[in-house]
Design a binder for this molecule. Structure first.
Ligand code: AR6
Length: 190
């Protein structure tokens, strides 16, 4: 059962599932710096989306951690893939800043392209080893803070692959909403 909340004019949905099955204007890929494909979300997106996506990635070259680049979506039911590179935990310095920045870059690209819907996986929590609870806090805080400002996004979905990841995100979202005094780190002061 999806977990849904309204944030101003937008809906934030948490759902357990496979991101390649999502219908959204943009699907976010958990990519690597070299944009060469890999396992996990990256493998699933390239397998289901077809070779066009990797061909476009090759023309883009690389993407630094904490950022994201755009390609079309091949055979997937989306207009765009946003290839976001999260930090490799224990390898990159300031992993929390890089993870927040990876989500924020995708949200900023969504505004730039005037997208109405976007689907995120839980960046960095697979092969890149980011602890799930901490990653969930950063992802949800960044999305919630973004949705408190004017946005083209009507629907933001976080697609969690397994039951545990889904439950952690539901619990973390409820915790953040019950503590409105806890300002997200990227919200304006005052
Ligand atoms: N749909 C939704 N979530 C998924 C799916 C899927 N199909 N498959 C895995 N997950 P990961 P990372 C979850 O490893 O940690 C790749 O090789 C998974 O359970 O995909 O950012 C890239 O090429 C986990 O919670 O991404 C990079 O080299 C989360 O998605 C590197 O791994 C992210 O797991 C990126 O590592």
């Amino acid at each position: 059962m999806p977990h849904r909340i309204r944030v101003r004019g937008s809906t934030l949905t948490l759902i357990q599932g496979n991101i390649v099955e999502m219908h959204a204007d943009a699907i976010v890929n958990a990519a690597n710096e070299a944009l060469v494909g890999g396992g996990g979300v990256d493998g699933a997106i390239h397998e289901a989306g077809g070779p066009r996506i990797l061909e476009e990635c090759r023309t883009l070259g690389a993407c630094r951690p904490g950022s994201a680049v755009v390609t079309t979506a091949g055979n997937l039911a989306a207009q765009y893939i946003l290839h976001a590179v999260g930090p490799a935990y224990g390898y990159h310095e300031l992993p929390a800043d890089l993870l927040r920045s990876a989500y924020q870059t995708c949200l900023d690209l969504a505004e730039q392209y005037q997208l109405a819907s976007i689907a995120f996986p839980s960046l960095s929590t697979g092969a890149f080893g980011y602890p799930l609870n901490e990653a969930a806090t950063i992802a949800l805080r960044t999305i919630l803070a973004h949705l408190t400002h004017p946005t083209s996004l009507k629907q933001v979905t976080m697609v969690l692959f397994d039951r545990t990841a889904y439950q952690v995100h539901v619990r973390e979202l409820e915790r953040l909403l019950s503590r409105p005094e806890a300002e997200p780190p990227n919200s304006p002061a005052g």
